[in-house]
Structures are given as structure tokens and as C-alpha cells.
Design a protein around this ligand. Structure first.
Ligand code: NAP
Length: 283
């Protein structure tokens, strides 16, 4: 029977800390962090993500601007907009909600955002920081995952960690952050052949795949910490990548879906917005 790591509760604490920090920044700099989120098109899931981000910013006392653009926006128009925001002293964080429509090169978009305004941590220089272990803006989901792991007060050093998924936004950076904490890290993906064998050795298992119930109880080592990043819609219900009910009987700690990694991603984004603000204002 495991302990549930509630991202909902942990993120509330972080959001309260952020709110207090924002109040102090307002005193000191006479302004508050300002996040601009650009969303293109009408995808309901993306819209609900950006609205949640906007609400969280406003509740923390930050300034938030949501820029909604039509699908027909050209790459050049979007890059020009980013350029303007890069040069706007009133803007501290810029986030372009991904995915962008197919006619826009997402790499060009990510590269266009100034490193110190890159609240998502996707700019190549921030990606390099994760790999080099040097200071930089961490991508929000991996940062939230590490905060959750640390909240268990379990030593990461020397532990076997398995990260299932190798995306640039979750799997790879999580693996690097675990390595930085001296875990012995294995990364698995769709071509991995001995998944169960690898999983059974993992003291820390992070599932970031997007396949409901792919991690079953027979794959989980007794006492492992299981972080479920997946978000899947099944019969109108949100579920993760882990068979939560069965795996919670074996894991020492486990994150639920919903109410796990999701809220931590938003809390980490708020922390990143403060970091960006300080890089810009506190030179
Ligand atoms: P992604 O870019 O689609 O990557 C999925 C990864 O899973 C890939 O590396 C893929 O391997 C691997 N994979 C696919 N099928 C597999 C299989 N059968 N066995 C092992 N590995 C397999 O997804 P992502 O952006 O990393 O997101 C992963 C999940 O996390 C999604 O459900 C997403 O919605 C969720 N997510 C949640 C949050 C949050 O805040 N809660 C944030 C981001 C993402 P290959 O590389 O070989 O194709």
C-alpha cells in the first residue's frame, strides 16, 4: 500500500510560496512578473491548458496575457510577434503553446524566444543547461517531477531509475535531472525489448508515454516510487500510463492522474516565470 504524492496539494504549497515571492518582488521592483502565452487555433485541450496557466498566474499575483491567434497566422507573423515580445521590457516570460500548426516550424519558434524569457525551458541553451548540469530554466514538467520525488525525502543517489519515454520535453530531461542527482538511469522507449526486466529493477519509475495502463503491477518492484506523467482520455475519464489501483499496492509512493504531475507542471511554470523575471530585472 503506497503513499500518494498529491501534486494537487504540493502545487498548492508552491503556488502560495510563489504568491508571497511575487508580493516581495512587487515591493522591490515596483512591478510583477508578466507571462505572455500565445495559442494558435482552437484545440480544446490546448485552450484549457493555457487558461489554467493564466488562472494560476493571476492567482499568484502575476500579470498574464493570453494571445489567441488564428490557425492562418504565418510563421513570419509569429516570429515577428515573438521578436516584439522579446524586446518588450514589460514581458518576462513567453510561452507558445505547442503543438503549432504544421506550416510553422516549431524549432524556429522555440529558438526565437530569448533564453531569459523562455519559461518553458525549451530553448537550446536551456536544454544544454539541463545536459551540462549548469544553471538555466528547467522544463516545467521534469522540474515538477523532481520536486515530487524530493518531497518523498527518499535519497535518489545510487538508485536505479527507469524513465519510459524519450521525448525532448519529458523523458530526456527527466533522465538528465535524475542523473544529476546521481541515480543510475535507464531510458526506455518504443523499441525497448526487455521492458519488464528493466522495470523490475527500478527503484524509481517514471512513465511518460501516453498509453493507458502500460505499466502494470507485475512490472513494478516492491517499494518503488512510481511517477505517472501520462495523460490519456479513456471513456471520457483522464487516466495515466500506470495501472494505478494495482500498482499502488506495490509502490512506496505513486502519483495519481489527475491531480499528480499535471498541477506540478503549472506550479513549476510559475516558479520559472519568477526566475525569468529575476534574470531580467535583477541584473
Ligand atoms: P511523446 O513525445 O509522444 O513521447 C512518448 C514516448 O513514449 C516516446 O519516446 C515513445 O518512444 C515512447 N513510447 C511510445 N510507445 C511506447 C511503448 N509501447 N513502450 C515504450 N515506450 C513507448 O510524449 P510526451 O510529450 O513525452 O508525453 C508523454 C505523456 O505525458 C503523454 O500522455 C502526455 O500527454 C503526458 N504529458 C503530461 C504532462 C503533464 O503536465 N501532466 C506534460 C507533458 C506530457 P519512441 O521515442 O521510440 O517513439
Amino acid at each position: 500500500m503506497s503513499n500518494i504524492i498529491s501534486g494537487k496539494e504540493l502545487s498548492k504549497t508552491i503556488r502560495q510560496e510563489v504568491k508571497e515571492e511575487v508580493a516581495k518582488l512587487k515591493e522591490k521592483f515596483n512591478k510583477v512578473p508578466h507571462l505572455v502565452v500565445i495559442i494558435i487555433g482552437e484545440d480544446p485541450a490546448s485552450l484549457s491548458y493555457v487558461k489554467a496557466k493564466e488562472r494560476a498566474c493571476l492567482r499568484a499575483g502575476m500579470k498574464s496575457t493570453l494571445m489567441r491567434k488564428e490557425e492562418s497566422i504565418t510563421e513570419e507573423e509569429l516570429l515577428n510577434l515573438i521578436h516584439e515580445l522579446n524586446n518588450d521590457d514589460d514581458v518576462h516570460g513567453i510561452l507558445v503553446q505547442l503543438p503549432v500548426p504544421g506550416h510553422i516550424d516549431d524549432n524556429k519558434v522555440i529558438n526565437a524566444i530569448k533564453q531569459e524569457k523562455d519559461v518553458d525551458g525549451f530553448h537550446p541553451l536551456n536544454v544544454a543547461s539541463v545536459h551540462l548540469g549548469t544553471p538555466g530554466i528547467l522544463p516545467a514538467t521534469p522540474k515538477g517531477i523532481m520536486t515530487m520525488l524530493k518531497s518523498t525525502n527518499t535519497e535518489i543517489k545510487g538508485k536505479n531509475a527507469l524513465v519510459i519515454g524519450r521525448s525532448n520535453i519529458v523523458g530526456k530531461p527527466v533522465a538528465m535531472l535524475l542523473l544529476k542527482e546521481h541515480a543510475t538511469v535507464t531510458i526506455a522507449h518504443s523499441r525497448t525489448q526487455n521492458m519488464k526486466e528493466l522495470a523490475l529493477q527500478a527503484d524509481i519509475l517514471v512513465a511518460a508515454v501516453g498509453r493507458p495502463n502500460m505499466v502494470t503491477a507485475d512490472m513494478v518492484k516492491e517499494g518503488a516510487i512510481v511517477i505517472d506523467v501520462g495523460v490519456n482520455r479513456v471513456d471520457d475519464k483522464l487516466v495515466g500510463d500506470v495501472d494505478f489501483e494495482a500498482v499502488k499496492e506495490k509502490a512506496s509512493f505513486i502519483t495519481p492522474v489527475p491531480g499528480g504531475v499535471g498541477p506540478m507542471t503549472i506550479a513549476s511554470l510559475l516558479q520559472n516565470t519568477i526566475e525569468c523575471f529575476l534574470m531580467i530585472e535583477d541584473k
